[in-house]
Design a protein around this ligand. Structure first.
Ligand code: PEP
Ligand code: MG
Length: 555
């Protein structure tokens, strides 16, 4: 049987399944035999014990996991949650039941918001389970710990579990819920765990079933044939070889240079990226810096300190920072609090910044100050640019504050089609294939029911990328790719064939892409691009490129 979901990365694994244990049963709604004050005190003590435990796990895990676990620890002691719990205990409920109900109502509110916030609902469920387990004196349901390696199947994983997964034991991770932006996905990407998320019905797979999990195709095949197992094992060996190959600068077989850069969301990941051979940063997302700051934008000094830390990690290298991309899946109260019917088409990205120009000016000033103190080659770019006029606005503002190299992200079809006119102003372009695919196919990138449209192999998306590549070549301007498409090893070759001059991705994808580029010369890359462009849909574009690539691949 085959199940499909969204694959994270390119990994493949063969193993036997184990399901995450079921959640704790719902606490009874019978009246407490203790006083209301006792129950409130029990709840408060367990909430704070869980917060401390999550912080401790965060310290152990480090990196992005630490940020996620600290955010969860804050949920465990959120004052409005404590109020709700206290109200419930005051009405005679047990601490267990009060926690269950209070967290449950918060969870439903988050889930109803959808998008980035909706995907935090699983985090809140996990905190609730941990508090109830602490109150009952039992251990919180967590990842099973068998002696043998296994493929973990779960509804969704809590960050606390994903962060401390024993990577020697867990061969792959499969969830029935959660999308590509859930914490499970983010952390799996960071730790290079083979993962498929949002694969409906996988909870029906019995423990101990042999499966092949293929993140590249997003599939889980149960009881696979011996040929399928052999093919998967070949790919595992190839990936291992690519991962242990010497780290060289990204290049095609004929020596054409294609610098491989990292996508980062925090300066904490800079060292890991450099260790994996990132030749610079192609996309530094600044949203997390602002999301963490709460209700106001961080000050110029706070931002400068953060950017200095990032730039110092890449002396002499290119570091491309994207100014704040708020709105849609990344709402920020001080930028766009108006409820919008279609936030992805609303006041987001550069549009929101322009409506709050001081925030943009402050961010650019902080970047210029950090640039002056460090040796990296700083480039800045704006998200969600849809017109030539916006391009001119952003680039001239960045130059005005003293930033030398300013460009735009190409994420909206209108600007891809007018790329040659945008290059009259922009020093460079970087194509965000995640949004470019969403806007070209008119399919919300966060919505599971239309996820099958979100495929950057679609020839319409490739044609737009080709337009930008050709315009960049004519104007002598670099064209980078910084969406997820750059992390797909074969698509990366096609993108170079379409005119991409650099590729930026999660650092965990660098080895696979480096290995793949080295198999093809520029003519072959252009030929694959022509074949993919001629296809009718994403699947046939991929199939045509695959078929033509196979005889050229050495191993
Ligand atoms: C993109 O849209 O491809 C992109 C890189 O930006 P983000 O995923 O942050 O929207
Ligand atoms: Mg984008």
């Amino acid at each position: 049987m085959e199940f499909t979901g969204t694959g994270i990365g390119q990994g493949v694994a063969v193993g036997r399944t184990l399901r995450m244990p079921d959640p704790l049963p719902e606490p009874d709604d019978t009246a407490s035999t203790r006083t209301a004050d006792d129950e409130a005190a029990r709840a408060a003590a367990s909430m704070s014990a869980v917060a401390r435990e999550l912080e401790k796990r965060g310290e152990l895990a480090g990196g992005t996991a630490r940020d996620v676990l600290e955010a969860q620890a804050m949920m465990a002691e959120d004052p409005s949650l404590i109020d709700l719990v206290t109200q419930a205990t005051a009405s005679g409920k047990t601490a267990e039941r009060a926690v269950f109900e209070a967290f449950g109502s918060f969870r439903d509110q988050l889930a109803a918001m959808g998008g980035y916030l909706g995907e935090r609902a699983a985090d809140l469920d996990d905190v609730s389970q941990r508090v109830i387990a602490d109150l009952q004196g039992v251990s919180a349901p967590g990842v099973p710990q068998p002696d043998e390696p296994f493929v973990l199947i779960a509804r969704d994983l809590a960050p606390a579990d994903t962060a401390l997964l024993d990577l020697d034991k867990v061969q792959a991770l499969v969830t029935s819920d959660g999308g590509p932006t859930s914490h499970t996905a983010i952390l799996a990407r960071e730790k290079s765990i083979v993962a498929v998320v949002g694969a409906l019905d996988v909870l029906s797979i019995a423990d101990g079933t042999e499966v092949v999990v293929d993140a590249a195709s997003g599939s889980i095949v149960t009881e696979p044939s011996s040929e399928a197992i052999a093919a998967a094992e070949r790919r595992i060996a190839e990936r291992r070889a690519a991962a242990s190959a010497p780290i060289t600068p990204g290049a095609l077989a004929d020596g054409t240079s294609v610098p491989l850069l990292a996508n980062l969301g925090s300066s904490d990941g800079a060292q890991d990226a450099a260790d994996l051979g990132a030749e610079g940063v192609g996309l530094f997302r600044t949203e997390f810096l602002f999301l963490d700051a709460g209700d106001t934008a961080p000050s110029i000094d706070e931002q400068t300190a953060h950017y200095v830390k990032l730039l110092q990690a890449f002396p002499g290298k290119k570091v491309t920072v994207r100014v704040l991309d708020a709105g849609a899946d990344k709402p920020l109260p001080f930028l766009n609090d108006a409820a919008e019917e279609n936030p992805a088409l609303g006041l987001r990205g550069l549009r929101a910044l322009r409506a709050n120009e001081q925030i943009l000016r402050d961010q650019l000033s902080a970047l210029a100050a950090a640039d002056a103190q460090t040796e990296a080659d700083l480039w800045v770019m704006a998200p969600m640019v849809s017109t030539v006029e916006e391009t001119e606005y952003f680039v001239s503002l960045a130059h005005e504050v003293g930033l030398k190299t300013a460009g735009i992200m190409v994420e909206v079809p209108s600007i891809a089609l007018l790329a040659e006119r945008a290059f009259a102003h922009a020093d460079f372009a970087s194509i965000g294939t995640n949004d470019l695919t969403q806007y070209t196919l008119a399919a919300d990138r966060l919505l599971g029911s239309v996820a099958h449209f979100q495929d950057p192999w679609h020839p319409a998306v490739l044609r737009l990328i080709g337009e930008v590549g050709a315009a960049g070549a004519a104007a002598g301007r670099p064209v980078g790719i910084c969406g997820e498409a750059a992390a797909d090893p074969l698509l990366a070759v096609v993108l170079v064939g379409l005119g991409a001059t650099t590729l930026s991705m999660s650092p965990s994808a660098l080895a696979d892409v480096r290995h793949s580029l080295a198999q093809f010369d520029l003519d072959a890359a252009r030929n694959l691009a022509t074949l993919a462009l001629a296809a009718e849909d994403a699947a046939s574009a991929r199939a045509a490129a695959d078929e033509a690539a196979a005889p050229l691949q050495k191993e």
